[in-house]
Design a protein around this ligand. Structure first.
Ligand code: GLU
Length: 483
């Protein structure tokens, strides 16, 4: 078998989306698993829809995820992936369009946009799906000369066979068959400005770039029969196709750009302080499953294990709880320094916190539970609030008999400490047990609620020591006042 070569071909009409990122990752893993090449090709020929920063977002975020491509080309000192617009300027696509024109497998279409729109309206009014009516497919030489003399511009259309079965064996879906009747008539391969359409440019490039497999989202499945017809017309070998099921939101609905039920752009995850290795891991599990129960894998392990036969045949449901769980697994593996580097910018920006040893210790209290960087600002609020407040459940707990005495004793023991550190604080709490005979939950829960305002939290004695005596006492006084 020839060397595996696959590509990720984003259009810079948007930023790197979770769905595109998944396509990129699966292609990357498939290439690397097979010792093949992974190419990136920017499909930027739809100039009106390209957005400012779209290409940069695609590439920067791919790199952030740890996906690097093979074959960078020199763009005047700057190296980057292939761009179709640059290839258009080199005349690459025209050559193949000319070949199809010469073989009468394509023809020039002089219909104006107005004529095409009017025809489509007519068809819609009659209840049919608009398709090109083939008007220019059999023009006489005189008619062509007439249009040329008028100076009419033209598109180039590919002739679609009348009634042909087009079948391919899809990596994900098995045998798929379309009939050429269901393609909406002869379709454009060159636009009026000579720029190739997506379906044409993709065939020429996938051939010239020697792609062996095309793995993409199933939203492209109806393009595949068109592309196969062109491969055949150009006498090119047809690559192996695989169409991956789409990602759906937690309600099982297809994702739309406006869907706010999940975060959709990779950049947003980066900005929220998710870790790239965790995102790589999570995205790979969207529509692909490893053998066995394990779900945490490094990139190298995923490369090793990737098997295209395990791509899911049903839609991949986005599970946010799984994402935060996976990210937390990676956060826990960070060194304390790496962890602090992750959370510090959020503490500084959102809480105006000053970078010092105290802040680092406070942040480290939450290392085991942090799901993503920005979450730190919610987790540490206790250390930044002027005044704690109690929820109903906590209030109910501290209003039990004997709690006031426990808290008074705790306060006195804390105030009596010479050195206010975690070990001594522990001893001070224990001493309450000795003084009053309260123990277990009736000792620790009031102590926790009265000092932190919360029923659950990180290590209590470290938390109290980081709060400092004054704050701890003020909190206890406040809680006593609420009883
Ligand atoms: N430019 C196309 C897209 O962004 C690529 C489709 C394909 O992989 O063929 O959807």
């Amino acid at each position: 078998m020839s060397k595996v070569r696959v590509r990720y071909a984003p259009s810079p009409t948007g930023y790197l989306h979770i769905g595109n990122a998944r396509t990129a990752l699966f292609n990357y893993l498939f290439a690397k698993h097979n010792g093949g090449d992974f190419i990136v090709r920017i499909e930027d020929t739809d100039i009106a829809r390209n957005i400012e920063g779209g290409e940069k977002s695609q590439l920067d975020n791919l790199k952030w995820l740890g996906v690097d491509w093979d074959e960078s080309i020199d763009k005047g000192g700057d190296f980057g992936p292939y761009n179709q617009l640059a290839r258009f300027e080199q005349g690459i696509y025209q050559k193949y369009a000319d070949q199809l024109l010469a073989n009468d497998m394509a023809y020039k279409c002089y219909c104006t946009s107005e004529e095409l729109d009017a025809e489509a309206e007519k068809q819609k009014a009659a209840g049919s799906i608009p398709r090109y009516n083939g008007k220019c497919s059999k023009l006489t030489a005189e008619q062509v000369a007439g249009f040329e003399a008028e100076g009419r511009d033209f598109t180039v259309r590919f002739r679609v066979s009348q009634d042909e079965e087009i079948t391919w064996n899809d990596i994900v879906k098995g045998d798929v068959t379309f009939n050429s009747k269901d393609i909406s008539g002869d379709f454009n391969i060159l636009k009026r400005d000579g720029i190739p359409t997506y379906n044409f440019a993709v065939v020429v490039d996938d051939h010239l770039m020697q792609m062996t497999h095309i793995l993409r989202g199933e939203d492209h499945i109806s393009n595949t029969p068109k592309q196969i017809l062109m491969y055949n017309a150009l006498n090119m070998e047809v690559p192996r196709f695989g169409h991956m099921t789409l990602i759906v939101n937690p309600d099982g609905k297809k994702l739309s750009k406006r869907d706010t039920s999940i975060i959709q752009f990779i950049e947003q995850y980066k900005d929220l302080g998710y870790l790239p290795e965790a995102m790589f891991n999570f995205i790979t599990l969207l529509g692909w499953s490893p053998v066995g129960e394990e779900e945490i894998f490094t990139k190298d392990q995923l490369i090793e294990q990737f098997d295209e036969n395990r791509l899911s045949k049903s839609p991949a449901k986005f599970d946010e709880a799984k994402l935060t769980w996976i990210n937390n697994q990676y956060v826990k593996q960070l060194t304390d320094e790496q962890y602090y580097d992750l959370v510090l910018p959020f503490l500084q920006k959102d809480l105006n916190a000053e970078d010092n040893a105290w802040l680092k210790d406070v942040a480290l209290l939450y290392k085991d539970q942090l799901s993503y960087g920005q979450e730190i600002t919610e987790l540490v609020t206790l250390f930044f609030k002027e005044q704690i407040s109690l929820d109903e459940e906590s209030l109910e707990f501290v209003r039990q008999e004997g709690v006031v005495q426990t808290l008074e004793a705790l306060k006195a023991n804390l105030q009596a400490l010479e050195t206010f550190d975690a070990d001594n604080i522990k001893a001070a709490i224990k001493a309450v047990q000795k003084d009053l005979g309260v123990k277990g939950k009736m000792l620790f829960m009031p102590s926790r609620i009265a000092t932190t305002g919360q029923m659950h939290g990180p290590d209590l004695t470290s938390s109290i020591s980081l709060l400092g005596l004054d704050k701890a006492v003020a909190n206890i006084d406040y809680v006593i006042s609420q009883i």
